[in-house]
Ligand binder design. Structure first.
Ligand code: ISE
Length: 339
């Protein structure tokens, strides 16, 4: 039978996931939604057949009619909600960030381990993007030699005035943190976050753009430009530089339009356009894994490690100095077992 999915948080991301679960995901049925804005949740539920609006997210999580939970609420309520999912033995896809700080993220990792089996996938969807997946496949095939450097560009067209400098690290750069941990198959040992004179298009006092440097534990390095008021569109590029070759993705050269003596393509406004296929593949992989009793993709440990790196990154942003990432020993957490 189909996996009965509940969505917690139906803002921009949660509503997009609800639509994807109804229209593009096989083997799953959207059965419930929850949001503190109960009118928004009710309106969304009314758009689909057989979907209940449950005011309290903890009631949705506990509901006997919900098999698995997709958490798309704000990061500051993730800990309580993910812990509730674990307590009820519900498979969970938790949008990034896993939680807001290392201590709470570690509590989630510990709770999942004590529950006895993995339940949590974290919403680092770029691993499912066809271009990133092909880059990873090429690097793993071995023909390019050892991965030396990764260069990332991550630009949003614009963000609201409430988007603080620290959010550029915790909410945006966090994707490159997971991408680099995944491409190198390694932990980030040190992070340095620097900022040039800010763009005049950012709100007063916001350090935008930012440049981050990751030093990997195994010796690799990564550079990332994050620019959330680029005015151009949503651009995400990545270049992997290995000993015998390099791979570049995100050039967006799919369709060229020529007219009036000009040519060019289209740069989407928003991450839901650029990564729509990645989100579809991520949620389909999650549903398929839930139905076979498995967890795929970014784990609770990956979510914790990303939070720890961003915590160090925010400290570096304040000083401009390299900051060592404070990670607990993975083998101690999992008792030497593979995670
Ligand atoms: C947003 O939360 C995302 O996850 C997007 O991928 C990122 O580009 C954007 O900057 C974040 O605010």
């Amino acid at each position: 039978s189909a996996l009965r999915v509940g969505v917690v948080g139906v803002g921009v991301m949660g509503a997009d996931h609800a639509d994807r679960l109804v229209h593009r995901i096989a083997g799953a049925t959207l059965v419930a939604v929850s949001d503190p804005d109960t009118a928004r949740a009710a309106a969304l539920a009314a758009r689909y057949d057989g979907v209940r609006a449950i005011p309290d997210p903890l009631d949705l999580i506990a509901d006997e009619g919900v098999d698995a939970v997709l958490i798309a609420s704000p990061g500051f309520v993730h800990e309580e909600q993910v812990l509730a999912c674990v307590a009820h033995g519900k498979y969970t896809l938790c949008e990034k960030p896993l939680t807001m700080d290392s201590e709470s993220a570690l509590r989630v990792v510990e709770a999942e381990r004590k529950a006895g089996s993995p339940l949590i996938q974290v919403g680092f969807m770029r691993r499912f993007d066809p271009e990133y997946a092909e880059m990873k496949r090429l690097l793993e095939a071995g023909g390019l030699g050892r991965l030396l450097l990764v260069h990332n560009v991550h630009r949003n067209k614009s963000v609201g005035d409430s988007f603080r400098s620290e959010m550029i690290v915790r909410d945006s750069l966090v994707h490159e943190v997971d991408v680099c941990r995944w491409l190198f198959d390694d932990e980030i040992d040190t992070i340095t976050v620097l900022a040039p004179k800010p763009t005049g298009r950012a709100a007063d006092g916001i350090l935008d753009p930012q440049v981050a440097i990751f030093r990997m534990a195994g010796g690799g390095m990564a550079t990332t430009e994050v620019f959330v008021n680029s005015q151009v569109g949503y651009e995400v590029r990545c270049e992997a530089v290995a000993e015998c070759g390099n791979v570049t993705i995100g050039l967006g050269q799919s369709v060229f339009v020529r007219r009036d003596n000009r040519y060019g393509g289209y740069i989407p406004d928003d991450f839901r356009d650029r990564f729509g296929r990645a989100y579809d593949l991520e949620v389909q992989a999650w549903v398929d894994a839930c139905r076979r009793g498995d967890v795929v993709g970014p784990t609770a440990w990956d979510g914790y490690a990303a939070v720890a790196v961003c915590t160090a990154g925010m400290q570096s942003l304040a000083t401009g100095q390299p900051v060592r990432v404070d990670l607990v020993d993975r083998a101690e957490v999992y008792g030497g077992a593979d995670t």
